[in-house]
Design a protein. Structure first.
Lengths: 814, 229
């Protein structure tokens, strides 16, 4: 008895000493991430701090071995931002991400907050597909199946189970409740027949888990599968030719931040329907945060598709080759026809709407934010100082392609983006962008051998307010005696070539397109055989490449990337190795060429039994441009431009699920990153964090979690240390009609904050919920930030008591 | 009389092959398939039992028979994830022989239509279909059998099938997805590409969705379920 009590005390303390990977952030209060499994989509939800006014959220993510992040706009809805990482990008051993937020104040924040300083993203363990998964076949209910209670029964086939599996020891859990005693074991089949199943299942999502044990009664493997129980009334409707599902969510929230109270009201409606091979998707999101002076917060979208064609109207994210258009919200239309041998897709609409600027005062001459105004309208005044607004920016994209993309596809892309100069009165420097691209893929042996390549060429005009230049203007501006020393004939030639399509004047980049400074290209060849994935790629990005359809392409860089990932012992053991060598200064516009070398290594162990899973990773980044005051003593300024730094990062993640009287899960992560800057700036960074999380399911209706995170960082000479704790519990009562949850999360050290969260969710009807949420925040801390212009750290102080109360109702239709 | 003979020959062949598979014989109660869905009039019979109404979740073992009435359907899933959609007015009998983790299956179709989705079979494993006029060996493919008074039609959507006519010259062959094979009672075998009519038949044979009508009465709701056209 004493031992038992001691164990729980230890477990409790263990939970209190190290736990959740709680990143401090003035924007994000919590990040929710599903279970990351190989080749399955992964949704990340960032919940904002109440005081945050996020206008735009961008996520950068990358698989192991990729040194470049893939960026995409997140869907911002109310107090959360969502993004689903495509299944193809979710690969073992891990995926890394960070988020960037634009605020209504114009400021930008990242999550983790120190990302810009430490360049250390957050890692998510990705569980590899196990060969053992095939040993268990859940015959009924099938994964993702929607069924009525009256049709529900469980059937599991162990036909392919290993000889060392003791089939009769198999355990079956439904929503974490052990229902093995209801099962009939008959050789290779386990059945829980409808007659034996007396549990009343609620409508909605349920989880079925199966645990296999070997002959020594050791956990051999476990699988889980989700299914949906349909409400009988909706199921009857669903039996018609049209199958549909949907939900309506209404939220009203009051935030009392620093004594200022604000109401937020949001309505979100999702509807999905299938009819004879046609799929309809729609979403409407209306919020009180919609303001004319901001980019839109409301969202609406309707999409209709079948195997051969698709049309989408409203706010959506069309996907073209990544160099051209990807991850950008477009409000407009997209359509595609996919015949296989020939396909075409097109998109048009606006990527930012017109937001009028603000007049400040009249001026006599042009300047930074001083623009020319209509003198008739402005009583003879020619110039005015303004807070510039945002032009309406329209986009048109077309991509014809040939081939299904299974073994072969060749595509051509066209993208034109232009600010509408007349859309606002007080705006500066309307822009225009033209991108022409091509892409090609060959796949052999079910894409086990895959070759992909794409290239794109861009033109950017940074100010089209005056239109294209005439011949005489070109001659006066360009040439050896003009403002820009470029052959005027080349400019005339460029203007004539793109006449009617693109505005050519002195603000065009590049003005020397023949030297390909705005060319971006990449090619990759991969082999996937003998449980070994080997990929080699080459990238080239000219320093002036720019696509408004893809704002986050790293430019002025070229080099190679090699990745090798070896799977051993039925995907239980992964060894991954990545190396990248890139160089900048492609157009010789910089004083010296910087070489960026990155070595990524990782060893992962996923035993899938009652042993912990472990990932150990090591990353080394070495950046140098060869300039040195020692090597170049004659050059007195060499030290100012010198780049010479090495970053070593070691990370370890350990997670363990086990049963000791109750079901527990424990995880531990450790990250240490050290940047040694040998340049004059001597901008050294040290960062280390230890996080431990534990969760316990005490009873079917009670679970708890304990977390602790310790973080120490030192940027240059500024140190920042804190410890975050979190203690939470979930409890259901009234036959699971009422779900209660609460958590207390204090932080100590240089970051002092205490938050208390409570929530009560009540099922008014099986498909109708009402939720009351409460949050109290007390914070008093000084954080270190980096000035984006001067790159000098500065302190930010914050102190307040905030209260947020929210009421949400949600109706599900199936 | 001739028809009876065909069926007798085929039946004996199935029984003979089923009882002569190498390896251990599963115990009589070892289930090899589960009835996943039942619409209207479907009954089954154990080896030494009588015909009874079948319910979802019913386990099926070697020698079990299923028959369906008009506008009826039974959806059967095997332990290797292979699926049979037994259409209306159809009778089948399933046989299996297990050797370690390998199960060789043989489904005898006496009459009617059966749509099949046979999961990829392991080495030394096979999934056979036998009708009065032919035997087909499948290692992972999709298609449809229609057994009538005039013979058997195999419509193959994907994959490949080895077949053998049981009558006449007992022609052997192989057919690939996109083709159909007609086996007549006089042993003729005709291979051709799938016709539009056969394509429609194939698509119809996959349908398992049902519609329901609720009739509200004083004694409660009466729900009538029927197959979607």
């Amino acid at each position: 008895m004493v031992k038992k009590v001691t164990f729980f005390v230890v477990l409790f303390l263990f939970g209190l000493i190290p736990t959740t990977f709680a990143q401090i952030s003035s924007v994000v209060s919590e990040v929710k991430i599903g279970v990351a499994k190989e080749n399955e989509t992964l949704t990340i939800e960032a919940r904002f701090q109440p005081s945050s006014s996020v206008t735009k959220a961008v996520i950068g993510y990358r698989s192991f071995g990729q040194n470049e992040f893939t960026y995409s706009d997140m869907i911002v809805q109310g107090s959360s931002a969502f993004f689903t990482i495509p299944a193809a990008e979710v690969l073992p051993p891990n995926i890394e991400y960070f988020m960037k937020f634009s605020m209504t104040t114009g400021a930008e924040e990242t999550y983790p907050e120190e990302f810009l300083k430490s360049n250390t993203p957050i890692q998510i363990q990705v569980q590899g597909v196990s060969g053992k998964d095939k040993e268990v076949l859940v015959m009924s209910p099938e994964k993702g199946e929607k069924i009525l209670t009256e049709e529900f029964f469980i059937s599991i086939s162990l036909l392919r189970a290993s000889d060392i599996v003791n089939k009769s020891a198999t355990k079956i859990y439904l929503d974490n409740k052990d229902i093995t005693n209801l099962a009939l074991f008959a050789d290779d089949i386990i059945i829980i027949s409808p007659e034996n199943f007396q549990i009343q299942l609620k409508d909605g999502l349920h989880n079925l888990s199966v645990e296999l044990y070997d002959t020594t009664n050791t956990l051999y493997h476990s699988v889980s599968s989700q299914f949906v129980i349909l409400n009988p009334s909706y199921a009857l409707l669903g039996q018609s030719a049209i199958n549909y599902a949907g939900d309506v969510r209404l939220e009203s929230r009051n935030e009392n931040i620093q004594t200022v109270g604000t109401w937020y009201n949001n309505l979100n409606v999702n509807l999905q329907a299938d009819y004879k091979g046609f799929n309809l998707l729609s979403n409407v999101y209306v919020t009180s945060e919609e303001k004319k002076y901001l980019q839109p917060n409301n969202r609406y979208m309707v999409s209709l598709s079948n195997d051969y064609a698709a049309v989408t109207v409203g706010d959506h994210y069309p996907k073209y080759p990544s160099l051209v258009l990807n991850g950008k919200r477009v409000r407009g239309f997209s359509g595609e026809v996919n015949l296989g041998f020939f396909n075409i897709q097109t998109s048009f609409g606006e990527i930012s709407r017109d937001v009028e600027g603000t007049f400040i005062q009249y001026k006599d001459t042009l300047g930074g934010n001083i623009i020319a105004v209509d003198s008739i309208k402005h009583n003879g005044n020619k110039y005015a100082e303004v807070y510039p607004g945002t032009f309406k920016r329209s986009l048109l994209a077309i991509r014809p392609s040939f081939g299904r993309g299974e073994n072969f596809q060749f595509g051509l892309s066209f993208l034109h983006v232009k600010d509408e100069t007349g859309s606002i009165e007080y705006g500066t420097a309307p822009k225009e962008n033209l991108v022409l691209g091509t892409d090609l893929m060959f796949g052999f042996d079910n894409q086990n051998i895959l070759f992909t390549t794409q290239a794109a060429f861009s033109l950017l005009n940074n100010d089209i307010s005056q239109g294209s230049l005439t011949d005489s203007q070109i001659v006066s501006i360009f040439g050896p005696d003009g403002l820009i020393n470029i052959n005027p004939e080349d400019v005339k030639k460029l203007r004539d070539q793109v006449s009617g399509l693109f505005t050519v004047n002195q603000y065009v980049t590049p003005l020397n397109p023949q030297k390909l400074p705005s060319l971006a290209a990449e090619a990759a060849l991969s082999f996937n055989y003998f449980d070994n994935y080997l990929k080699g790629s080459y990238v080239y990005r000219g320093d002036q490449y720019s696509s408004f359809g893809q704002s986050y392409v790293r430019t002025d860089v070229a080099g190679i990337n090699v990745l090798d990932r070896l799977r051993l012992f039925e995907n239980k053991f992964f060894v991954s190795l990545g190396f990248e060598n890139l160089q900048d200064n492609l157009q010789k516009t910089k004083r010296a060429t910087t070489t960026f070398q990155t070595l990524n290594t990782s060893v992962s162990f996923y035993p899938r039994t009652n042993l912990p899973s472990i990932i150990v990773g090591y990353t080394r980044l070495n950046n140098t441009n060869g300039l040195s005051p020692i090597k170049d003593p004659a050059d007195s300024t060499a030290y100012l431009s010198a780049i010479d730094d090495i970053t070593n990062r070691i990370s370890t993640q350990l997670s363990y699920n086990f049963e000791w009287h109750y079901r527990h899960s424990v995880s531990l992560s450790f990250v240490n990153s050290t940047r040694d800057d040998k340049s004059y700036a001597n901008y050294d960074i040290e960062n280390s964090s230890v996080t431990v999380s534990s969760g316990t399911r005490w009873f079917d209706n009670l679970s708890s979690s304990f977390n602790i995170s310790m973080n120490n960082s030192k940027v240059d000479t500024t140190s920042f240390s804190y410890v975050s704790l979190s203690l939470g519990a979930n409890y259901s009562m009234l036959q699971e009609k009422l779900l209660l949850s609460g958590s207390l999360s204090p932080s100590f050290g240089d970051y002092k904050r205490t938050s208390f969260d409570a929530s009560a969710l009540y099922y008014l009807m099986p498909n109708l919920t009402l939720q009351l949420q409460f949050r109290y925040l007390n914070y008093d801390y000084t954080s270190s930030k980096i000035d984006q212009v001067t790159n000098i750290p500065y302190a930010v102080k914050a102190k307040a008591n905030d209260v947020i109360v929210g009421l949400t109702t949600q109706l599900y239709l199936q | 009389m001739k028809k009876i003979n065909f069926q007798l020959v085929a039946f004996m062949l199935v029984v003979f092959t089923s009882t002569n598979f190498a390896g251990e014989n599963p115990s009589p109660a070892s289930p090899i398939a589960i009835v996943m869905k039942v619409v209207k009039d479907v009954s089954f019979k154990k080896v030494d039992g009588d015909w009874t109404t079948i319910k979802i979740g019913q386990a099926l073992s070697t020698g079990d028979e299923i028959k369906t009435g008009a506008k009826s359907l039974a959806l059967v899933k095997f332990t290797d994830n292979s699926i049979l959609r037994v259409r209306e007015n159809c009778s089948i009998k399933i046989y299996a022989d297990k050797n370690d983790k390998v199960i060789s299956k043989n489904t005898y179709i006496g009459k009617g239509g059966v749509n099949f989705e046979v999961a990829k079979q392991q080495q030394n494993e096979e999934f056979q279909f036998t009708t009065p006029t032919m035997v087909a060996s499948i290692r992972g493919t999709k298609g449809f059998f229609q057994v009538g008074d005039n013979g058997t039609v195999l419509v193959l959507e994907e994959g490949a099938v080895d077949y053998k006519s049981l009558l006449g010259e007992q022609i052997k062959g192989n057919v690939r997805g996109g083709n159909s094979v007609v086996f007549t009672n006089d042993g003729q075998v005709t291979v051709s590409t799938i016709s539009p009519q056969q394509q429609r038949q194939l698509e119809d044979s996959k349908k398992t969705n049902t519609k329901k009508i609720i009739i509200k009465t004083n004694q409660g709701d009466l729900i009538i379920e029927y197959l979607e056209e």
